[in-house]
Design a protein around this ligand. Structure first.
Ligand SMILES: [Zn+2]
Length: 157
């Protein structure tokens, strides 16, 4: 046992041993309210109410995860939108990071025929240039599609 004297080493091993055997002999407790469980060995909850609130909490945790990711995606888009008021703009990696941009979150990866790879966050894409610079582009096709379908029907007016 590195860093421990023989005495401490023995105590440590004894501690592991007792905590292991304790777990085996200890009665299991309700995962939600921690009350000791009676009855079946595979029981996890003392009541349906505890099972429900435990599962609800789990579900809301995954809901939170999705919400956090969606928020960061929207934030990423807002940052690109801010930096790219026209069709194209250039920025640096460090500036994106200062703004709170998260490079792990994107909605699509679009390689061009020339072999460049654009990463898109909704309708804004970025392309890594040399020396940690980035080109930001806006994909207007989506907007055109949407406004095109809106205008559809009132053509020739
Ligand atoms: Zn309970």
């Amino acid at each position: 046992m590195e860093g421990l004297s023989t005495k401490e080493g023995i105590d440590y091993i004894a501690w592991i041993y007792t905590s292991e055997t304790k777990n085996e002999t200890l009665m299991k407790n309700c995962l939600e309210c921690d009350k000791p469980l009676m009855g079946r060995v595979d029981k996890k909850f003392c009541s349906d109410m505890c099972r429900n609130s435990y599962n609800n909490r789990l579900n809301s945790d995954s809901h939170n995860l999705i919400r956090n990711i969606n928020n960061q995606l929207r934030r990423n888009r807002r940052i690109l939108e801010e930096l790219c008021p026209e069709e194209k703009a250039r920025t640096s990696k460090s500036f994106l990071i200062t703004k709170g941009f998260d490079f792990n979150l994107l909605t699509s990866v679009r390689p061009t025929q020339k072999g460049s790879i654009y990463h898109f966050v909704y309708d804004y894409g970025y392309l890594e240039l040399e020396n940690d610079f980035y080109l930001i582009v806006k994909d207007n096709r989506l907007e055109k599609q949407l406004s095109g379908s809106k205008d559809y029907g009132k053509a020739d007016s």
